[in-house]
Design a protein around this ligand. Structure first.
Ligand code: UD1
Ligand code: UDP
Length: 365
């Protein structure tokens, strides 16, 4: 059988890596597609090198564009590819445009779909990702779930119980595989950080934070109020970089804006941080497992388990400066809970579900 994995944007790569590796134990042919949604070296290629992902077999090279244009370009490319290769299963990851585009094409061609990270809901339809999640789950055959709350969401939406599989979090497989070898001191030195002093790491890329100039102005004030208290390093996503720069974001001595970092460099910095400020989905999960206090600058999260079982809290632009003061005063905790099945074995569990669906009951069939 032929299994096609669809990747395209930065957060897809650490999710796909453990699934592809684990599925290698089964007698299947795997084809790795990169849609080209992300294409900068630091948003894409570096992950293939660092995570041991195979080279993509196909790169559609769609690049950036408005949602309709980007999603459509991915659909056109995948329809041709699927017609040519006739996959037995298409595996999609997360909630990006590449995810939903692949699912829509596959379902109309009668190809079964497995969605890794199904059932997460922010209940905020202003987020493009929420639309992508809802649509993808609705048409997927295998719903692979990272946290218990997702099971309930899918149930309420009418997904058949036997399509839902609680498998744990493959992004955490990738994290745990690298955690011990992360070189905090080395990375800190390379970005000019003095690790004898506490520092914070920030990432920002949500449209709700960086697209509208009025939001950006408030964001700049809030982040400068953070930088008044602690040194902040921001490996800045390309989205919104121009707007932030225009709004004077970079004009603070204690705030260091750098290019996106590779996976091991980024998490090396996070591991040693006193706090993280982010609007990323994946970073909420990674900080939870690393026990790094995380302030999520969003009105909601589709990952509430990182609050109930983790180090995460939601903050707004006006509450962020006070929240960072509290976190810095409290320091990092010695022990912390971790969500169930975020244990480093999600990849093999997912591979087993996929293989069973393909009629391969053991890895040596
Ligand atoms: C996408 C996902 C988002 C995810 C994020 C992870 C969708 C709808 N959004 O958002 O869920 O959290 O990826 O990083 O799929 N750009 C570059 N170089 C690149 C890629 C993008 O310069 O390699 C710039 C372009 O100006 C582009 C903009 O970033 O227009 C946005 O890229 P896009 O892929 O459309 O969405 P993201 O904001 O990256
Ligand atoms: N990440 C990275 N370098 C950076 C910022 C983030 O390697 O400079 C990693 C991060 O550790 C996580 C993934 O990128 O594994 C998350 O991607 P992103 O925040 O872009 O997307 P989201 O999770 O919000 O969809």
């Amino acid at each position: 059988p032929l299994v096609v994995h669809i990747t395209g944007a930065r957060p897809n790569f650490p999710k796909a890596a453990p699934v592809i590796a684990a599925l290698g134990d089964y007698p299947v042919t795997q084809l790795l597609v990169h849609t080209g949604q992300h294409y900068d070296e630091k948003m894409s290629e570096v992950f293939f090198r660092q995570l041991g992902l195979p080279e993509p077999d196909v790169n559609l090279g769609v690049g950036s564009g408005a949602h309709g244009a980007q999603t459509a370009a991915i659909m056109v490319g995948l329809e041709e590819l699927f017609a040519d290769r006739r996959p037995d299963l298409v595996v999609v990851y997360g909630d990006v445009n590449s995810t939903v585009a692949a699912a829509v094409v596959a379902v109309k061609m009668g190809i079964p779909i497995a969605h890794v990270e199904a059932g997460l809901r922010s209940f905020d339809r202003r987020m493009p990702e929420e639309i992508n999640r809802l649509l993808t789950d609705r048409i997927s055959d295998l719903l692979l779930v990272t946290s218990v709350d997702a099971i309930a969401h899918l149930g309420h939406e009418g997904a058949p119980a036997d399509s839902i599989h609680f498998v744990g979090n493959p992004m955490i497989d990738t994290l745990l595989r690298h955690l011990e070898s992360l070189d905090t001191e080395g990375v800190a030195a390379s970005v000019g950080l003095d690790t004898t002093q506490p520092y914070a790491v920030a990432t920002l890329h949500r449209p709700g934070n960086v697209d509208d100039p009025a939001d950006v102005a408030e964001l700049v004030r809030a982040m400068h109020a953070v930088a008044d208290q602690v040194k902040v390093v921001i490996p800045l996503h390309p989205r919104g970089r121009g707007r932030l720069e225009e709004a004077g974001f970079m004009d603070h001595d204690n705030l260091s804006v750098i290019d996106p970092l590779g996976y091991v460099e980024f998490l090396g910095l996070v591991k040693g941080a006193a706090a993280v400020v982010t609007d990323s989905g994946g970073v909420q999960e990674e900080t939870t497992v690393m026990g790094v206090p995380c302030l999520t600058l969003r009105p909601n999260t589709e990952r509430p388990v990182t609050i109930t079982h983790g180090t995460n809290q939601l903050v707004q632009r006006d509450t962020l400066p006070g929240a960072i003061a509290d976190v810095l005063a409290a320091g990092r905790q010695e022990t912390w809970p971790v969500p169930p099945l975020w244990d480093g074995h999600a990849g093999p569990r997912i591979a087993a579900v996929l293989a069973a669906h393909l009629g391969l009951s053991t890895s040596h069939d």
